[in-house]
Design a protein around this ligand. Structure first.
Ligand code: ITT
Length: 200
């Protein structure tokens, strides 16, 4: 069991939206490093679950830099699409991470599945697996979730990725319409963060 508090940490992501959000969730006392300082590419994410892919990233970036690393693997699961895009959420954006394209693919898939989907509540959840590793050793790996549904059209310019099409339960606005400070206090990443607080 890892007992010390962490005082420096590499955030193992090349996604700027995630980096912004993780920075704002970490205590200010921790010295944070990002992958851009090391000019590192991402590893191949060939795991079958969010947890496996998160650990692939935290171990890979830790071994490359010699720093303890926090990595995030996340995505959007849509019930009637058999939980797709799920672990393929980034890949639905194509080689260039085009989220206009990923969102179109969601709407095309929904249209194919059920012509009448806009008159129904399309259940979805965001999932986030956060892991901390030091070299090849896993220190922790936890999962956080937020449930909600898919908006009939993209709304809002805040956030990143699928934020414009996700409305959390009991809210009317998409994550893309919310202020970042509001989204950060309720989303899947925050739910996962609560479970690793004891390390930070
Ligand atoms: P790294 O692997 O470098 O961290 P990535 O973008 O490839 O970056 P993932 O493999 O975890 O990360 O893919 C998750 C995708 O799911 C990501 O590209 C986002 O578009 C989407 N996603 C995850 N969390 C999200 C959030 O809070 N809001 C909107 N979209 C999110």
């Amino acid at each position: 069991m890892f007992k010390q508090k962490i005082n420096k940490l590499l955030i193992g992501t090349n996604n700027r939206g995630k980096l912004r959000e993780i920075r704002s969730l970490l205590p200010k006392s921790i010295k944070i490093y990002s992958t851009s300082g090391f000019n590192l590419k991402s590893p191949v994410e060939n795991g079958k679950t969010f947890e496996e892919n998160s650990l692939i990233k935290s171990k890979y970036f830790s071994k490359k830099t010699g720093l303890m690393c926090l990595a995030d693997d996340s995505g959007l699961e849509i019930d009637i699409l058999n939980k797709n895009p799920g672990i393929y959420s980034a890949r639905w954006g194509g080689k260039y991470g085009d989220f206009g394209k990923a969102i179109k693919r969601v709407y095309n898939s929904l249209n194919k599945k059920d012509k009448n989907w806009k008159n129904k509540k399309i259940k979805a959840k965001f999932i986030c697996a956060l892991s901390i590793s030091y070299l090849n050793k896993k220190i922790t790996c936890v999962v956080g979730k937020v449930e909600g549904y898919i908006s009939n059209e993209p709304k809002g310019k805040n956030g990143f990725g699928y934020d414009p099409i996700f409305i959390p339960l009991k809210k009317r606005k998409t994550f893309g319409e919310m202020k970042p400070s509001q989204k950060y206090k309720m989303d899947h990443r925050y739910q996962a963060f609560k479970k690793i607080r004891k390390f930070l």
